[in-house]
Ligand binder design. Structure first.
Ligand SMILES: N=c1c2ncn([C@@H]3O[C@H](COP(=O)(O)OP(=O)(O)OP(=O)(O)O)[C@@H](O)[C@H]3O)c2ncn1[C@@H]1O[C@H](COP(=O)(O)O)[C@@H](O)[C@H]1O
Length: 109
């Protein structure tokens, strides 16, 4: 059993499923169904995160955030965007977040 220590490892596993489909794999099922199905799952899991947070249910929130992160990794692989590119984007924002009132819009940097 692989222990998913971070999102990079999860992304790699999902990516591997895309390259080498495995029968009975839920990830393979999503790729076979295609983008619309993946997007529906992202939307559904996002809503479940919102509801869990609204209900102050952190057990549920933990579970739903994990579901959402997994489905986001599937979306990245489907769209051909690497998790590394997301990390680079996050890194480019370092040091900007504390100046939230006067800082320029991230898209204008
Ligand atoms: N992290 C996850 C993960 N999180 C959630 N899920 C699946 O996401 C689905 C979400 O549940 P839902 O009830 O919303 O959906 P469903 O009713 O099962 O199916 P649909 O609504 O999509 O038709 C469940 O079937 C979960 O098993 C995941 N499936 C896989 N992974 C990881 O991906 C790896 C590879 O999985 P397989 O591709 O299945 O081998 C696993 O070892 C895990 O590490």
């Amino acid at each position: 059993m692989i222990i998913m220590q971070d999102l990079e490892a999860l992304y790699q596993l999902v990516s591997e499923r895309k390259q080498n489909p495995k029968e009975g794999s839920y990830t393979d099922y999503l790729f076979t169904k295609g983008l619309d199905k993946i997007l529906k799952k992202v939307g559904e899991e996002t809503t479940e995160v919102v509801v869990a947070a609204k209900n102050h249910d952190n057990d549920e929130l933990r579970y739903e955030v994990a579901d959402l992160l997994y489905h986001l990794m599937v979306l990245l692989v489907e769209q051909g965007l690497s998790y590394e590119q997301v990390k680079v984007e996050l890194a480019s924002r370092e040091g900007l977040m504390s100046q939230f009132k006067d800082r320029p819009e991230i898209k204008n940097l």
